[in-house]
Write a protein that binds this ligand. Structure first.
Ligand SMILES: Cc1cc2nc3c(=O)[nH]c(=O)nc-3n(C[C@H](O)[C@H](O)[C@H](O)COP(=O)(O)O)c2cc1C
Length: 306
């Protein structure tokens, strides 16, 4: 018997992904390192480390701490800067990468984000706005924290971006529905959620906070149920395509996000435990569709609800 053809393609903000699996920003560098582990072109997209205008050396160590079910990180957006990326990293990546490239961008002012987006032009397939950064012009309040500033930054970057714009939401907000709607009214083409949760650790030997910045970002399995809840809420609040992420470790986790309303998924922290997790989850989703007689990824949904 011949195998029925399964459609794994998804449309994320006007960009066709061959399947709904991507890497999360910050755990995949600029892609090259992972190309020796697996064919990165098997994925629907790869999302790169956040880029800033100038090179950033990142935070002092310690930068990572394991928790019982995830990790805390305080990397501090270490990256070579947009200029270096365009001149040296992007050409190397383009030689090996035929799938969608998502450039994640970060800044300390809207002007910085805008310059980076303009410099990227249409040399990447999508831009992801990392809005979990402090705005130095607004008392260092994180861009992603309130609806007004989310709408404002989205609108300004959308105006200069030559490629579809994903707005990556912070989970450290009062109301994820309002924030999702704000990104939509600012003109976002898609949403991704979530970024890391603010957490902390105490160094009890020295009786002080473990991280120099006191707080750090929590990711990995610990956050999955909360991230899933937020994706569900965002789905009810907006019609935008959603990339769901936060604590995904296996195919079943990814399927939960897709059933909660995500159109695609991204995996971050678990890649440190299993560098083959991305193609494994892609294959696992396909297997699930075949076994459940679902011929199109778009038809994954909940059939029952309370
Ligand atoms: C070490 C590390 C570095 C990260 N760097 C970035 C980054 O540069 N930009 C960004 O938007 N998110 C960054 N993140 C957040 C992830 O992209 C992701 O949103 C988060 O970790 C939740 O997914 P996960 O539980 O699958 O890791 C980073 C996460 C980790 C663990």
């Amino acid at each position: 018997m011949t195998q029925k053809k399964i459609n794994m393609k998804v449309d994320i903000g006007g960009v066709v992904w061959k399947n709904p699996v991507s890497t999360a920003s910050g755990v995949f560098g600029f892609g090259e390192e992972y190309s020796s582990f697996f064919d990165i072109n098997a994925l629907g997209a790869i999302c790169l480390k956040s880029l800033t205008l100038k090179k950033q050396v990142g935070n002092d160590s310690p930068r990572i701490a394991e928790t019982s079910s995830g990790i805390l990180n305080s990397i501090g957006l270490q990256n070579p800067g947009i200029d270096f990326f365009i001149k040296h990293e992007l050409p190397k990546l383009k030689k090996i990468c035929k799938t969608n490239i998502i450039a994640s961008i970060a800044g300390s002012s809207i002007e910085e984000y805008a310059i980076i987006a303009e410099m990227l032009g249409s040399n990447v397939n999508m831009i992801e706005l990392n809005i979990s950064c402090p705005n130095v012009k607004e008392e260092c309040i994180t861009f992603g924290i309130n609806s007004k500033s989310v709408e404002n930054i989205t609108k300004k970057i959308k105006k200069v971006s030559k490629v579809p714009l994903i707005v990556k939401l912070s989970p450290n907000v009062e109301n994820i529905c309002d924030i999702s709607k704000a990104a939509e009214s600012g003109g976002a083409d898609a949403l991704s959620l979530v970024n890391t949760f603010l957490g902390m650790k105490i160094d009890i030997k020295n009786q002080k906070p473990y991280f120099k910045n006191t707080f750090a970002g929590l990711s990995g399995p610990a956050i999955k149920p909360i991230a899933l809840r937020m994706v569900w809420q965002a789905r009810l609040a907006t019609k935008l395509p959603i990339i769901g992420l936060g604590g995904i470790t296996c195919t079943n986790d990814a399927l939960e996000f897709l059933m909660a309303g995500a159109n695609a998924v991204a995996i971050g922290t678990y890649g440190f435990f299993d560098p083959l997790i991305w193609p494994k989850i892609k294959d696992g989703i396909e297997k699930y569709l075949i076994e459940n007689n679902i011929n199109d990824i778009k038809n994954i949904s909940l059939t029952n609800s309370y």
